[in-house]
Design a protein around this ligand. Structure first.
Ligand SMILES: [Zn+2]
Length: 91
């Protein structure tokens, strides 16, 4: 997936990576990326990436939401529940 990072990376407190099962290694950050629209061609949208710093796991929150709900979701409504500054060291 190609995207442009548009905001700060933040750790998701208490999150466990679904791929490597590492705790507190999952980060989230806002992005802009292009999707193919049948009507308008390439359209830039706001999305959010959930990624793991311990492995190569990467998941678009928008795609995750769409696959879970099967209905269109507004990216503006997708917000992490618990975040903390990624620059903070553990402890
Ligand atoms: Zn991982």
């Amino acid at each position: 997936m190609e995207y442009k990072i548009v905001g700060a990376k933040r750790f998701i407190a208490g999150a466990v990576c679904p791929q490597c099962k590492a705790a507190d290694k999952t980060i989230t950050f806002p992005i802009n990326r292009f999707i193919q629209s049948e009507e308008n061609g390439a359209v830039e949208i706001e999305d959010e990436i959930m990624a793991c710093v311990s492995c190569s796991f990467e998941q678009s929150k928008l795609e995750l939401s769409l696959s879970a709900q099967k209905i269109p979701a507004s990216p503006a409504e997708i917000r992490p529940l618990l975040v903390r500054d990624a620059t903070n060291k553990e402890g």
